[in-house]
Design a protein around this ligand. Structure first.
Ligand code: GLN
Length: 550
């Protein structure tokens, strides 16, 4: 039987509960434990698949095709373990299941209630992670203690504590300890109140992790311990990390958080093996070179919308001991003439995935610039589709080329819907999702990046595909279709003949990149960017080969 750790958050949102949970996961794995991680979200959307990036940030996709919370990305990057459909659920999903059962008559005439029906469904989904050989299940409860919508979740995890026994369950509360500048004091009251809220429900935290901008003085730690009813050694401090989020497992380990957990569960394990992790962190902190990359997306201000992209770019840098500076450019700014000059300063351009019309012509302009100037280009999903549109328009001379996502009546619908997508009515969970195999063309840039692999598997989230009717015309003009689905029906990777490094992929490689195992395509992209040398006349040239101008 697995043990459970429940991580709740107090005082304010955006405390980094996901990163803290992921770091804890890393620590426990480093102590030889087998773990599973779960994120539960108390909102009513059935999954985040239909939510705007303004609301929710990036939608993370698992191998088995779940559209999930972005915290699962942190879990995978920190633990190196894949997540799945079982790793995330929302209140919406729970209500949906309970109401379906009610309509089906499964409750045999009983009154269906929050307790026990909703709480039982929550508990069953948490316990579904208790597979053979799993030592610890880490459950992060989304939202903040005190939210009305979170109450049933807190009730469910309280009940699990009662049912499993307190030795088998641990509650960790992440809280905020603000520093009031005018008074020059750190304040414990919000944490006291948030713990009081938990105790009202019947949950007594076993450890407090305190987010703070300053070091916590001893008297403050004592106060937190006394008023929150947590032993002093279980008051853990989590200051903002200095260089990289990947320092966090080291910070928590130094304060003995992993040991605290093992003692609580009466488990004995050898000390954490953190040396490889520390080496990776050192590589980030002490880079040997630097490179600048532009990311041209719909939003330049939303860090979370491209979370995995930014992480994967950094991982590509780690692979070359290079620091990567990312210049975020909004595609709309390129359209209005504000953004294009910024590209003179970069050694690589990436256009990430996206949906809808906004900024689309700006993206196409940027891709043209990368193609004509021989600047390494990496197009992901929409970024690949737009590379195909740009190529069709400006190299093949097919005026009026577009994706039918933006122009339903495009003269040349070079990117369009496949037959099975034409029938789709609902927006939720109906895209081409999850891991799909892809066969790579021998000696292509993609195959080289994957160390010569003939077949790969990557995660998808899109509706539109390259239109097969144009394949021949593309190939004639020098667009290499270097990755295809095994039945050859879908174009998965394209690259440009004669360009130093211009690769577009229909899948999302960023989802599988980890700091300890940087993704091959990101590694190759950053490698190409490091080799790129701009010339003094503002035009650009690569050390490898001059760019072909068409
Ligand atoms: N909007 C495009 C599609 O649905 C691309 C999706 C994406 O970039 N994830 O095909």
């Amino acid at each position: 039987m697995a043990k459970y750790i429940f991580i709740t958050g107090g005082v304010v949102s955006s405390l980094g509960k996901g990163l803290t949970s992921a770091s804890l996961g890393r620590l426990l794995i480093s102590r030889g434990l087998s773990i599973r991680m779960l994120k539960v979200d108390p909102y009513l959307n059935v999954d985040p698949g239909t939510m705007s990036p303004y609301q929710h940030g990036e939608v993370y996709v698992t191998d088995d095709g779940a559209e999930a919370d972005l915290d699962l990305g942190h879990y995978e990057r920190f633990t190196g373990q894949p997540t799945s459909r079982k790793s995330n659920f929302t209140a919406g999903r729970i209500y949906w299941e309970v109401l379906k059962k009610e309509r089906h008559g499964d409750y045999l005439g009983g009154t269906v209630q929050m307790i026990p029906h909703i709480t039982d469904e929550i508990k069953a989904r948490i316990r579904a992670l208790d597979e053979k050989g799993v030592d610890i299940i880490l459950v992060e409860i989304g939202g903040t203690v005190g939210d009305i919508e979170g109450l049933t979740f807190l009730e469910a995890i309280r009940q699990i504590g009662l049912e499993e026994g307190r030795d088998s369950v641990m509650y960790i509360h992440l809280t905020y300890v603000p520093f009031i500048k005018a008074a020059k004091e750190v304040k414990t009251k919000p944490s006291q109140q948030s713990v009081a809220k938990l105790r009202e429900i019947g949950i007594l935290p076993d450890a407090l992790i305190c987010r703070s901008e300053v070091e916590l003085p001893d008297d403050v730690r004592k106060k937190l311990s006394l008023f929150c009813n947590v032993p002093l050694h279980a008051v853990i401090e989590e200051q903002d990390v200095q260089h990289t989020i990947y320092e966090l497992p080291l910070v928590l380990s130094e304060q003995g958080l992993d040991e605290l957990i093992l003692v609580h569960f009466r488990m004995a394990r050898p000390p954490a093996k953190m040396a490889p992790w520390r080496k990776m962190v050192d590589a980030i902190i002490n880079p040997e070179k630097k490179v600048r990359i532009a990311v041209v997306g719909k939003y330049s201000e939303l860090q979370d919308a491209y979370k995995s992209i930014f992480e994967a770019i950094q991982h590509g840098g780690i692979a070359h001991k290079a620091e990567v500076e990312v210049i975020k450019i909004a595609a709309e700014d390129v359209e209005s003439g504000k953004g294009l000059h910024l590209l003179k300063e970069v050694s690589g351009i990436l256009v990430p995935g996206g949906f809808g019309e906004r900024g689309i012509e700006g993206k196409i302009e940027v891709i043209r610039y990368a193609r004509e100037h021989g600047i390494p280009y990496f197009g992901i999903c929409l970024g690949m589709q737009m590379a195909v549109v740009e190529f069709a328009r400006n190299v093949c001379g097919l005026k009026g080329s577009h994706t039918t996502e933006v122009d339903k009546k495009a003269v040349h619908p070079v990117v369009c819907l496949m037959e099975e997508q034409e029938k789709v009515v609902d927006l939720g969970a109906t895209m081409r999702l999850g891991a799909w195999p892809c066969v790579l063309k021998k000696s292509s840039k993609a195959a080289k990046a994957y160390s010569g692999a003939a077949q790969i598997s990557e995660r998808h989230r899109h509706r539109f595909e390259v239109n097969n009717a144009y394949r021949e015309r593309f190939e004639e003009k020098g667009l290499i279709l270097s990755g295809l689905s095994p039945d050859k029906n879908l174009v998965e990777v394209v690259e440009l003949e004669g360009h130093p490094w211009f690769v577009g992929c229909q899948f999302h490689p960023e989802l599988k990149s980890q700091p300890m195992v940087p993704h091959p395509l990101f590694k190759a992209f950053i490698g190409a960017a490091l080799e790129y040398v701009p010339t003094s006349n503002g035009k650009a040239k690569s050390r490898r080969k001059a760019a072909t101008k068409r």
